[in-house]
Design a protein around this ligand. Sequence first.
Ligand code: BGC
Length: 468
Amino acid sequence: MADESTLHPSHKRSCMCRPLNIPRTKPTNEVYSIMKDFNVTDDDLKKYMKLLMADLHKGLAKATHAKSIVKCYPTYIQDLPSGQEVGRYLALDLGGTNFRVIMVDLQKNHFEMTSRTFVIPNEKMLGSGKDLFDHVAACLHLFIMEQKLNDECLPLGFTYSFPLIQKAIDRGIIERWTKGFKCDDIIGEDVVKVLQEALVRKGINKNVIVKAVINDTAGTLIACAWKSPYCKVGLIVGTGTNACYVEKQQNAEMFDGANHGSGLVLINCEWGAFGDDGCLNYLRKPEDIDIDKASINPGKQLHEKMISGMYMGELVRLLILKCVKGGAIFGGKSSSELNQKDKFLTKYVSDIESEKLGTYDKSKAILESLGLKNITETDFQNVRYICECVSRRAAFMCSAGLATLIKKTEEKRVTVGIDGSVYRYHPHFHNLMMEKMKQLVTPGVVFDLMLSEDGSGRGAALTAASAS
Ligand code: BGC
């Protein structure tokens, strides 16, 4: 069992043997019937698991990898941390609208961290690769100055949370961008080289040596493995979604590194792309199609668009609007704010669902801030029900995905290290996953879900430590 202090807060309160208390709101009949086909059944999830398992095999095998959708990139990480790593390391965490610079001081079985978060302006997310990485280097420079590290030379682990064709622990080719980023001029380039060139331009290449580049899922797995030897799977449900797991090198046909002894390698599944060949169309609804069409990467990351934080609030907004049009909510009247794309934040889903059933203070504040007036108790219930349908579907799909990966590891006991804003802040996501996974994981296999304390950054530092 994982160390209690690292378990998800809602996990600590629950007993794994009792059914968990997950509140469910009662909607009106009209809203119920509009939302009806948004519910995924166990048969749907079993079909999903078969499809994902087949895609994992395709991604791993040389003969099918090029055409595979779930790419299963080998990460070149072969060893999980022992807890004995020591020293001072830097980490960069690039993967969402914010990015972080972190300094980690690893002592035996103990660590200290200092970090600073910087915003990435939208124009840098959509501009040239040079501009984006100059911004990264400028922020790193600021951090080095603030922490008075200018006379030092520290190893750095780079958490880069986008599809990367890894060629070595410190080399990886940018395959494409996701989650609102589109710096397409550097696709095909080695991301570590791009970063190093920016460090040279900023004059800090003597202070920093990039030792490793890793995905956030890998960072999360590694950070949790530092505490639990059973951690073999890593999951992110945040702005985007993805998972990684520990695979035998003999099954990872695309892995061309030398075996350092463990015979294992961490696989970055890039499961956000699952369904891009149409195999998940049986689960996709008109609103999923609309979200995809309005995105900057249509046709791509279809699985991610059904699950992750970048899209969850927008899905709820489109479904509320559908109910408004049918006259089933707000007396058939919308507001100009509610009619605008992305105005219903994913954070609202967590806020609304965290209220005690029958109380609507937060819901009222949220809906009024969206310009809605004369909201009735039934409206509050209906909105909450729509949120529940969307977050449940996401949690159940993640559960089916994890049950598939746990099966693929062939282990009898698996801890899953998890991070990301949806998992961390949604009040019932963890419990929903526990419930569903109990039904889907192979009987006899023991699993638990561990919230990563600052996963990916510390994982990057630990990987830099192993690589040093
Ligand atoms: C990226 C993954 C990443 C995930 C979670 C996806 O959009 O493709 O590399 O792990 O988001 O951040």
